[in-house]
Design a protein around this ligand. Structure first.
Ligand code: CXF
Ligand code: ZN
Length: 412
């Protein structure tokens, strides 16, 4: 997908251009009025029911919020978990989508550092800076963002989204970018240089920051031995991060030969096909001379979490990045704690997302981190259920929904 032609320069238009404006009379570029706009959005009505596009209403941004015209959005496995009801009860009706990029269309009162026309990537943890986690420097664990994010609300605990019948809709992970527009907290929009095509920038705010950030969390050293289990949209970013961090051996494990091909292109040194009862652990142990120092689990299943533990050498660390459905448990052979193995998690890159994205963006601009190569499918908003199904079947790396071709810089 890297060879896709950029079809247009990215420029912001006024609210209502190309979408029906509701009661938002007088809303224009840079102006925040009390009105709302009507737009198309992919709505999860009920877990297990196909996600479908509806016309919904989006109110203007309030204090400390911005309105973003969405260019493109990535479809992540967490969207599947939400759609299938695996992340807990009460998470519908919801406008899905938490990984995307667009252009700031309007800013609310009190917003600093963002202006109309800025290109931005979404960030689904706009940390409050005031809770215990934020004050301890663990901003991705922000308690306020966690509470309201799970409730599908913005940082003030309310929603800007309504269905056609006036019912409140949740903002998917405080972003809701499977839609023509999104109102997000100002901290949920990270400015980007306009030189990065937005169909690629769309991946930054979940897959890239999560995958590369997990490598930072693990504290990889030059020459480290690494195993990455699961080479989808996030696992491929772990591999890119490991390569950038100077890892030596990087063993990629997946059940899909196509993803292993991509993993090798992204810097994996070895590929192990984990299909049909193959002895994955034995193969990784053999390739790494008795086990790796760092294993990354990017699937979210007990058996692959156990594999990540089993491929470690004594003293090694397994980092679980994959999202397991609520209620799933893992078991480990407790005697092996005597080998000083560690198992830990990494949530959303485990650092300050804005600072992390600034650094990642520089790597992209310098040509050292490719974004487009993991995009397996460019689709329209109506194709969202098909993209969720591909993820359910384990097909493809990342689907990107192109919501505005001109802004995204690519045609579907
Ligand atoms: C997810 C993990 C599960 C909770 C919501 C966010 N991360 C990325 O998709
Ligand atoms: Zn995600």
């Amino acid at each position: 997908m890297a060879a896709q032609t950029a079809s247009a320069a990215s420029t912001g238009g006024g609210v209502g251009v190309g979408v029906g404006v509701g009661v938002g009379v007088g809303v224009g570029v840079g102006e925040v009025a009390g009105g709302a706009l009507e737009m198309r959005a992919a709505v999860l009505r009920e877990p297990g029911r196909p996600v479908a596009v509806e016309t919904v209403t989006l109110a203007a941004p309030r204090r400390d919020e911005v309105l973003v015209r969405v260019a493109a959005a990535g479809v992540c496995h967490s969207d599947v978990h939400l759609a299938d009801g695996l992340l807990g009860a009460g998470r519908a009706p919801m406008v899905l989508g938490h990984e995307g990029a667009g252009v700031v269309e309007a800013v609310g009162d009190g917003v600093d550092g963002l202006s109309v026309g800025d290109h931005v990537a979404f960030c689904f943890v706009p940390s409050c800076g005031a809770c215990g986690a934020c004050r301890a420097g663990r901003r991705t664990l922000c308690e306020t963002a966690g509470r309201f994010g799970v409730a599908g609300m913005l940082m003030d605990g309310t929603s800007r989204l309504r269905a056609a019948d006036g019912a409140v809709l949740q903002h998917g992970l405080m972003v809701a970018c499977f839609a023509e527009y999104a109102v997000v907290p100002a901290g949920g929009a990270v400015p980007l240089p306009a030189s990065i095509p937005l169909w690629q920038a769309a991946l930054l705010g979940c897959g890239v920051v999560t995958g590369v950030g997990a490598v930072n969390r693990a504290g990889l050293r030059v020459g480290a031995t690494v195993c990455v289990i699961g080479c989808g949209g996030v696992g491929l970013q772990v591999i890119a991060g490991a390569r950038l961090a100077g890892a030596g051996t990087i063993v990629a494990v997946d059940v899909d030969p196509g993803k292993l091909e991509l993993a090798l292109r992204r810097g994996a040194t070895h590929a192990v096909l984990g299909r049909g009862g193959s002895p994955v652990v034995e193969e990784v142990l053999a390739l790494s001379g008795g086990g790796v120092e760092h294993a990354f689990e990017v699937v979210g299943r007990p058996d692959t979490i156990r594999q990540a533990w089993d491929v470690l050498r004594p003293g090694g660390t397994a980092t679980v990045v994959g999202v397991a459905p609520v209620g799933v448990e893992v078991s480990l052979p407790a005697i092996e704690f005597l080998s000083e193995k560690t198992i830990t998690g990494s949530y959303y890159g485990s650092s300050d997302v804005h600072a992390a994205l600034d650094r990642l963006v520089q790597l992209v601009v310098d040509g050292r981190l490719d974004l487009g190569d993991v995009v397996s499918d460019l689709i329209e908003l109506d194709g969202v259920e098909g993209a969720l199904d591909r993820l359910r079947r384990g097909e493809g790396a990342r689907s990107v929904i192109v919501i505005d071709e001109a802004l995204a810089g690519v045609s579907v």
